[in-house]
Ligand binder design. Sequence first.
Ligand code: SAM
Length: 267
Amino acid sequence: MNKTHLGHTARKRFGQNFLNDTFVIEQIVDAINPQDGDNLVEIGPGLGALTDPVCERVNALTVVELDRDLAKRLRHHPFHGSKLTIVEQDALKVDFAELAKVDAPLRVFGNLPYNISTPIMFHLFSFANLIKDMHFMFQKEVVNRLAATPGHKNYGRLSVMAQYYCKVQPVINVPPGAFVPPPKVESAVVRLTPHTTPPVQVSSVKTLERVCTLAFNQRRKTIRNSLKECIEEAQLLALGIDPTRRAETLSLQDYAVIANWVDEHDN
Ligand code: SAM
């Protein structure tokens, strides 16, 4: 299998699968719709598959790249080098508040390494109030989970938490053949737009996360069992939530009601 693209050999430890399909790249850039004046940040620019066409449309772009060799290549980019601000760092450790500007919220995008896509997303959720939108390439299965609604087999902790922070819109599916080297799985691009007002009020996001984790870790059990360490059956009934339901039937609103009760009672 060919692992070399534009003279660079893909490094597995950095999750490098480079986009190599002009039609797909154009569709992604159209979905991002970069405009001059936008505060654009790309995570993992790699060999510039998305960086180049975005730079053709705007005058400034910040990129976060962990691979030193790739960051160096970008620094010496013959056409777009001067437009780029290069942050040579692990995106998981970047303080995105430092990149945000008062008058221009962040617009983040990237074809992310699949092994760290969920941690990067949660890291970015912690800056959700500074972000206008995000466009990410993930495994298709992850996009399905992000967008899933109650009652669906893909519905889980990731769906509840992502939908608490953002509006989730799958944009396009991308086959393995669009990359060098091709990944083993199907991919998809998703648009995540942080809510200006959260769809539900929660007193602690950490508690919401804890309740979802407990419920979905034992998704076959009824919630009176899976949640018993933080809430009793009688309390679920008092909140109007049937304790014989299973995790996948509860809405974000239901989880918020439970989490707020747990938080209030310090359980
Ligand atoms: N954007 C390019 C493309 O679409 O062809 C490259 C995508 S490749 C799937 C992922 C990129 O993320 C690589 O350039 C890799 O070096 C970079 N990367 C991996 N881990 C990273 C991290 N923790 N922080 C920032 N960049 C990372």
